[in-house]
Design a protein around this ligand. Sequence first.
Ligand SMILES: [Zn+2]
Length: 288
Amino acid sequence: MVIQHIAFRQDWRQAQRTGTYDRSTRGASIEEVGFLHASDGPEQVRAVLTRFYADVGEPLVVLTLDEAALAAAGLSVVREPGDPADPDSERFPHVYGGPLPVAAVSRVDPVVRSGHGPGPAAADGSDEALAGADEDALHLSRAISLATANAATDGGPFGALVVTADGRAFEGANRVTATNDPTAHAEVTAIRAACSGLDTFELSGAVLYASCEPCPMCLGAALWARVDRVVFAADRHDAAAAGFDDAAFYDYFASPERGGLMPIVHRAAPGSTAPFEAWQENADRTAY
Ligand SMILES: [Zn+2]
């Protein structure tokens, strides 16, 4: 059984910054309630969303909890009646032991609402989560359209977009040859647009959609940008078949014999750690 918890996206973002999630339900913390309210799988999640969150306009996410990680953190799961006054009422998992470490959350899915009113769509813990899937299909389709349009003009056949938790989309297309910039891949362009548009250097809570599997550089950029998830359509073999080097670069990182393509040399140099010391000593630094 998959244990899930409905959270306000803002609360989850806050938890990602502090390392712990301390809400139990709408307007009440774990400390106030005594445990974390959770659900046994998508059916209970849907019922709770309908019953208790129908009037909520802010973005919600469904957190999937890893029972082993909860146990490792000293937390315990007890299935108890949803209505404490009625011992025969439907049982829900309650997590005891204090705030939740963010590492105990194995998956985060947005709650997608239907067009008519606040009724929530499905949000389950499987890889085929309907809630995420519809949205993913929509954004992937947009990435492919961007790629196709770009390829028909002055760019490479790649498109991408960053979609924030509250649904804002920042688009990018491949501009390598158009701007003489080998790093202007669609994903990097979209990440730059999102960070510039949001005035931030990190995109936690956002999803990166790409028309084709991101190359190692773009995966690195996505990691540095702290996006929650990457979704792509065509894969590295499709790109290789069209004459792009993605597959070869993946091999480069996977292979212990890297020298063949481009040697990397590590050599000791005086003062090589001085930049880090200067960083540590700078009290005004912005950590990232
Ligand atoms: Zn790339």
